[in-house]
Design a protein around this ligand. Structure first.
Ligand SMILES: *[C@@H]1O[C@H](CO)[C@@H](O)[C@H](O)[C@H]1NC(C)=O
Ligand SMILES: *[C@@H]1O[C@H](CO)[C@@H](O)[C@H](O)[C@H]1NC(C)=O
Ligand SMILES: *[C@@H]1O[C@H](CO)[C@@H](O)[C@H](O)[C@H]1NC(C)=O
Ligand SMILES: *[C@@H]1O[C@H](CO)[C@@H](O)[C@H](O)[C@H]1NC(C)=O
Ligand SMILES: *[C@@H]1O[C@H](CO)[C@@H](O)[C@H](O)[C@H]1NC(C)=O
Ligand SMILES: [Zn+2]
Length: 942
C-alpha cells in the first residue's frame, strides 16, 4: 500500500479496526466426526456433506487450532472458482448485499482431521442450510484427508457495506444521479470478508473469477476478461463477466470492482494493456491523462531495473471516490484514492502532481516485489513496503527526470523517520513471525518505521553495494522465488551472491551481518568525528538524552556504518566504521580543510564533529555554500538542530547553520531549515524572543523573496523548476509570516482582485493555501466573509479544504470565536471537519487560547459527539497543546485532566499524557535556551 495508508488509518479508522479483532472467526469445516472411522479411510463420505459449520469463538485458549489466528499447514489451496454478485441497489431490508459461491481445490500435505478456513463471521453468512460440501476430485466421494486433492464448496451472502474493507461500496453523485461502485480492499486480512478462504499471504493459489453485475456496468478483476455475456439468473437480467485465471497469488492482492466508470487506454509494448479508470466526468475533464502518461515509462523502467518483464497481461489503475489507503497494489488492478491518481492541471498543485507520480511508481514497484515474490508473513512487511518506498523514487525519477526527486527522499523519508526512531519508544524494523498474529497486530506493522526506515536502510544498502550490484541480486531473487514466498534473509542471500560475483565490491562483512544490525535493533547512531585525531566514535542517538532505553539489543547498539566523506570538496574513499570507536588517520585535517561525512545522506545516521571542524564547515557555507552538496546542506541544518536538542552541541551552533541561508536559493536546505525553525516559532511566538527571531528571519528570507520576484517576472508566472515551485510556496509563506511588507501587499492584492471578480480567481493553485491564509490574516471581516461565501459555494473538495483551513488564519478574535461555534454546527460544517478546524485555530497564535478555552468549556459535549473511539481526538489534544511551554499551562493541563477524569479522554488519553510530558520538556528547553538565543539573534540582526 502507499504511504497514505497508515496516516489515514490513524486518523479515522482505528475504532473499526479494534472492533474487527473480535469478529474474525475461523471456520472449521470438519471438526465434528468420529475419530474411529478415520482409520477406515472413509470418514468424509456423507458425514461431512451434512456437517454444519461450527462458528468457533476465539477464546484465548491456545490449545485448539481454531483458537489460533494462523491456519495449520496441513492443507494448501490450489485453485479457487469464485462467483460474486454485488447488488448496487438496496434490497427489501434496505441493505446493499452481495452473494457468492466459491469452490476450491486444495491439497492435503499432511494427514489431518480438520479443515480450517478464514471467514468473517459478522460480514459473511453461509447460505443453503449453512452447509459446506466436501468431495473428492470430480465430485467423487471425499477420501481421507491425507496426501490427496479435495474440493470444497460454499455459498454465502454478505453485506456490501461502506466500511472500506473487504468487498465494500463507494458512492458518488454524477449528473445529479447517485451512483454506487462495488470494490474491494483485501490487505491485510479482509479477503475473508468477501469469501471463505485460506487468508494468509503464503497460501497462494490460482483464482478463477466470475462477476455477475447489472447490465450497462463494467466488471474488473485481476486478470483480463475472457467472456462477457448477458443472461438471466433467477428472473434477473445480468451481465456475466468471466476473467482469465490469475497467476499463482496471495488472497490479499485480489480485487473485484463493478462500476459504470470510463477508461483511457495505453499500452506497454503492444502486449500489455494499460488502462486508467475513473468517474466519467473526471476523465472527460482530462484528469486521467497524467497518470496514463507516467505509467508506461515507469513500467518500462522497472522491467529494466528488475531485469524481468511485467508478469501479467494487463495493468489497470482505478480512482475510487471512497478509499481508505493512499493506494493498494492489487495485482493487475491497482486501486487509488482519487487524489493519488487524478491530476487536473487547472486545479491541482505541483504537490498533487508529484504525489500521482510517486504513488503510481510505488504501486507498480509492488507488481514484482511483493506480488510476484511475496513475503511469507506480515512480520516482514517492512521489506515489502520499505522496498517500494525506496524504488518509487527511482521509478518517478525515470518518468520525470527534471524533478531531482531522488534528492527529496532525504527530507520525506530519512529526516522524517529520524524523528520517530530517535525516541526510546521506537522498535526494530523486523519482528519475529510469532509476535504478529492478530489482525490488529498486522495492521500495526503499517507504520513510519516500516515504510520510511525500511526505505532508508535499503537505499543505504543499494548505495554501498552500488546500484548495478543491488539490481543484479534483486533480479536473481525475483527469478528464483517467482510465484512463491520468502523471508527477508532470502534477499540478503541473493545480494550476497551478487557481491561475491563482483570483485570490485569489498565489504567488511557479509550482507547479512551488516544489515542485521540495522534491521534487528531499533534506532540509529550518531557518528562523531574528531578531525584533530582522526578519531571516529558511534553512539545510539536519542533525542532526549535523559530517556531510558529498556529494550535490549543483540548488538548492544553498535552498527557497521558505511561512511562516504569528503575533505574540502574532494570525495575520499569510503570508510567502514566497525567498532564503537576507532582511529582513521586520513580523517585528520589541517589548516582550513573541512571534513564532511555521510555524503548525500546515503547512510542512515547523524554526524557530529569537533568544534573546529564545525567552524570550518560554517565558514565554507558562508563563503561558497555550493562547495557542499545540496543534500548535505540540508543535512547540516537538520543534524545540528537535532544534536542541539539532544544536548550534544550548543543551540547557538545550530542557529549558526541558518546564517548562510540568505544566500541559499535551493528548496531542500530551506525546507530542512523551516521544519526545524518551526519549533522555535511555536515556543517563542508569544514571548520576548519573537521580536528578534522575526527580525532575523525576515532578513534571511528577503533575498529569496526578491529572487522569486525576478524569476517569476514580478509574480506573473510560476517558476519552471519543480522544486523551485515548492520553494516559491515556502518563500511566500515565511516572508509574509515574518512581515516582509511586499509579501503582505502582494497576497492581499491577489486576494482583493479575486474578491472583485469572484468568477476569475487569479491565484495559482500552488499558492492558494498560503495566499488565502495570509490575506485573511492581514485582512479583516470583509476578507473573511468573502472566503466563507466561497467555501459555502464550493463544489470542488480540494478548494473547499483550502478555504476551510484559511478561515482559521484571521487575527480577529470574535471571528475566530464564531468559527469555533460554527465548527460544532453540523448544518454549516460537516462533522468530519470539526476537529481539524478547532486544531487549526489552535495553531494560530491568536486562536490558541480561544480554542483551549472552547475545548475546556465543552469537553463533555465534544467527547460525546465527536471523541469516542476516533483518532481525530488525539489530534485535537496535540494541536491545542503544541505551544504549551509555561508552568501555568502545565498547571492548566493537569487541572483539565483532573476535572474531566469522570468523563474520560477516549482515544485522546495517550495524547493527553504525552502533552503533559512534552509541555514539561518544552518548559525546560525554553528555560535552558531562551537567553542564549536572544543574545545570538541580537548580534546577528543587522
Ligand atoms: C448486454 O446488454 C447491454 C444493455 O442492454 C448491451 O449494451 C450490451 O451490448 C450487451 N452485451 C452483450 C455481450 O450482448
Ligand atoms: C437463485 O435462487 C435460488 C433460490 O432462491 C438460490 O438457491 C440460488 O442460489 C440463486 N442463484 C444465484 C446465482 O443467486
Ligand atoms: C550526490 O547526489 C548528487 C545529486 O543527487 C549526485 O550528482 C552526486 O553524484 C552524489 N554524490 C555522491 C558522492 O554520491
Ligand atoms: C517589475 O516591477 C518593477 C517595479 O515595479 C519594474 O521596474 C520591472 O521592470 C518589472 N519587471 C518586469 C519583468 O516586469
Ligand atoms: C454561488 O452559488 C450560487 C448558487 O449556486 C450561484 O448562483 C453563484 O453564482 C455562486 N457565486 C459564486 C461567486 O460562485
Ligand atoms: Zn506499498
Amino acid at each position: 500500500m502507499a504511504k497514505g495508508f497508515y496516516i489515514s488509518r490513524n486518523m479515522g479508522r482505528f475504532g473499526l479496526l479494534m472492533g474487527a479483532v473480535a469478529l474474525v472467526t475461523i471456520i472449521a469445516l470438519s471438526a465434528v466426526y468420529d475419530k474411529e472411522k478415520k482409520k477406515n479411510k472413509l470418514v468424509y463420505g456423507v458425514g461431512l456433506v451434512t456437517t454444519t459449520w461450527p462458528t468457533l469463538s476465539l477464546t484465548p485458549t491456545p490449545k485448539n487450532p481454531w483458537n489460533l489466528y494462523r491456519l495449520p499447514d496441513a492443507l494448501a489451496p490450489v485453485t479457487y472458482n469464485i462467483t460474486l454478485w454485488p447488488r448496487l441497489q438496496v434490497n427489501q431490508d434496505g441493505l446493499y448485499i452481495f452473494t457468492g459461491q466459491s469452490a476450491m481445490l486444495f491439497e492435503c500435505k499432511k494427514q489431518t482431521d480438520l479443515i480450517l478456513l478464514h471467514s468473517n463471521k459478522l460480514n459473511l453468512t453461509l447460505i443453503n442450510g449453512k452447509h459446506a460440501r466436501l468431495t473428492g476430485m470430480d465430485g467423487a466421494e471425499a477420501p481421507a484427508i491425507q496426501n490427496s486433492w479435495l474440493e470444497g464448496e460454499t455459498e454465502f451472502l454478505g453485506e456490501l457495506a461502506d466500511d472500506l474493507e473487504g468487498f465494500y461500496r463507494s458512492e458518488y453523485t454524477e449528473g445529479g444521479i447517485q451512483k454506487v461502485v462495488a470494490t474491494t480492499q483485501m490487505q491485510p486480512t479482509y479477503a475473508r470478508k468477501a469469501f471463505p478462504c485460506f487468508d494468509e499471504p503464503a497460501m497462494k493459489a490460482v483464482f478463477h473469477v466470475t462477476l455477475l453485475h447489472d447490465k450497462g456496468t463494467v466488471a474488473l478483476s485481476n486478470g483480463r476478461d475472457i467472456e462477457i455475456i448477458n443472461t438471466t439468473i433467477n428472473q434477473t437480467e445480468v451481465t456475466m463477466t468471466r476473467f482469465e485465471p490469475t497467476k499463482r497469488m496471495s488472497t490479499y492482492l485480489l480485487a473485484f470492482i463493478v462500476s459504470d466508470f470510463d477508461h483511457l487506454t495505453g499500452s506497454l509494448e503492444s502486449s500489455v494493456l494499460v488502462r486508467i479508470w475513473a468517474r466519467r466526468k473526471a476523465l472527460a475533464d482530462g484528469q486521467g491523462e497524467y497518470a496514463l502518461n507516467v505509467t508506461g515509462p515507469i513500467l518500462k523502467f522497472y522491467e529494466r531495473y528488475y531485469n524481468a518483464s511485467y508478469p501479467l497481461s494487463k495493468s489497470d489503475q482505478i480512482a475510487l471516490p471512497d478509499f481508505n489507503a493512499g493506494a493498494m497494489e492489487n495485482w493487475g488492478l491497482i486501486t487509488y484514492r482519487e487524489t493519488a491518481l487524478l491530476y487536473d492541471p487547472e486545479i491541482s498543485s505541483v504537490g498533487n502532481r508529484e504525489s500521482v507520480a510517486t504513488v503510481v511508481a510505488h504501486e507498480l514497484a509492488h507488481m514484482w516485489f511483493g506480488n510476484l515474490v511475496t513475503l511469507k508473513w506480515w512480520n516482514d512487511l517492512w521489506l515489502n513496503e520499505g522496498f517500494a518506498s525506496y524504488v518509487e523514487y527511482l521509478g518517478a525519477d525515470y518518468a520525470e527526470p527534471t524533478w531531482n526527486i531522488k534528492d527529496q527522499m532525504v527530507l520525506y523519508d530519512v529526516h522524517k523517520v529520524f524523528a520517530v526512531d530517535a525516541l526510546a519508544s521506537s522498535h526494530p524494523l523486523s519482528r519475529k513471525e510469532e509476535e504478529v498474529n492478530q489482525p490488529a497486530e498486522i495492521s500495526e506493522m503499517f507504520n513510519t518505521i516500516s515504510y520510511s526506515k525500511g526505505a532508508a536502510v535499503l537505499r543505504m544498502l543499494s548505495e554501498f553495494l552500488t546500484e548495478p550490484v543491488f539490481a543484479r541480486g534483486l533480479s536473481s531473487y525475483l527469478n528464483e522465488f517467482a510465484f512463491h514466498n520468502t523471508v527477508y534473509t532470502d534477499l540478503w542471500d541473493h545480494l550476497q551472491k551478487a557481491v561475491i560475483s563482483s570483485p570490485e565490491i569489498n565489504l567488511p562483512h557479509t550482507v547479512h551481518d551488516i544489515m542485521n544490525r540495522w534491521v534487528l535493533q531499533m534506532g540509529f547512531p550518531v557518528v562523531t568525528i574528531d578531525t584533530t585525531k582522526g578519531r571516529i566514535t558511534q553512539k545510539h542517538f536519542l533525542l532526549d538524552p535523559d530517556s531510558v532505553v529498556d529494550r535490549p539489543s543483540p548488538y548492544n547498539y553498535t552498527w557497521f556504518v558505511p561512511i562516504k566523506w569528503m575533505k574540502s570538496g574532494e570525495v575520499e574513499e569510503q570508510h567502514w566504521l566497525l567498532q564503537k570507536a576507532e582511529i582513521h588517520s586520513p580523517m585528520v585535517t589541517s589548516g582550513s580543510e573541512w571534513l564532511l561525512a555521510n555524503l548525500n545522506v546515503s547512510g542512515y545516521y547523524r554526524v557530529n564533529y569537533d568544534l573546529d571542524n564545525w567552524q570550518r564547515l560554517l565558514n565554507q557555507l558562508d563563503t561558497d555554500h555550493t562547495a557542499i552538496p545540496v543534500i548535505n546542506r540540508a543535512q547540516i541544518l537538520d543534524d545540528a538542530f537535532n544534536l542541539a536538542r539532544a544536548k550534544l552541541i550548543n543551540t547557538t551552533l545550530a542557529l549558526r547553520t541558518t546564517r548562510y541561508l540568505s544566500q541559499e536559493r535551493n528548496y531542500t536546505p530551506w525546507e530542512s531549515a523551516l521544519r526545524n525553525l518551526n519549533y522555535y516559532i511555536l515556543m517563542f511566538d508569544r514571548g520576548p524572543v519573537y521580536g528578534p527571531l522575526q527580525a532575523y528571519l525576515k532578513q534571511q528570507i528577503r533575498p529569496l523573496f526578491d529572487h522569486f520576484r525576478v524569476l517569476t517576472f514580478n509574480w506573473t508566472r510560476v517558476p519552471t523548476g519543480h522544486t523551485d515551485q515548492y520553494n516559491q510556496i515556502n518563500t511566500i509563506y515565511l516572508s509574509c509570516k515574518m512581515g516582509v511588507d511586499a509579501c503582505q501587499d502582494l497576497t492581499l492584492s491577489w486576494f482583493r482582485n479575486w474578491m472583485m471578480h469572484p468568477y476569475r480567481n487569479p491565484i495559482h493553485p500552488n499558492l492558494k493555501t498560503t495566499v488565502y491564509c495570509n490575506a485573511i490574516a492581514a485582512g479583516g471581516v470583509r476578507e473573511w466573509e468573502f472566503a466563507w461565501m466561497m467555501l459555502r459555494n464550493s463544489t470542488v473538495a480540494t478548494e473547499a479544504a483550502k478555504l476551510r483551513s484559511a478561515l482559521t488564519c484571521t487575527k480577529v478574535p470574535w471571528l475566530l470565536n464564531r468559527y469555533l461555534e460554527y465548527s460544532l454546527d453540523p448544518a454549516v460544517i460537516r462533522k468530519q471537519d470539526a476537529t481539524s478546524i478547532i486544531s487549526s485555530i489552535a495553531s494560530n497564535v491568536v486562536g490558541m487560547p480561544l480554542a483551549w478555552d472552547f475545548i475546556r468549556a465543552r469537553w463533555n459535549y465534544l467527547f460525546t459527539e465527536y471523541g469516542r473511539g476516533s483518532f481525530s481526538f488525539s489530534n485535537l489534544i496535540n494541536g491545542v497543546t503544541r505551544r504549551f511551554s509555561t508552568e501555568f499551562e502545565l498547571k492548566q493541563l493537569r487541572q483539565f485532566k483532573e476535572d474531566n477524569a469522570h468523563i474520560g479522554f477516549g482515544s485522546g488519553t495517550l495524547a493527553l499524557e504525552q502533552a503533559i510530558e512534552k509541555t514539561t520538556a518544552n518548559i525546560r528547553w525554553v528555560q535552558d535556551n531562551q537567553q542564549d538565543i536572544i543574545n545570538w539573534l541580537n548580534t546577528e540582526c543587522r
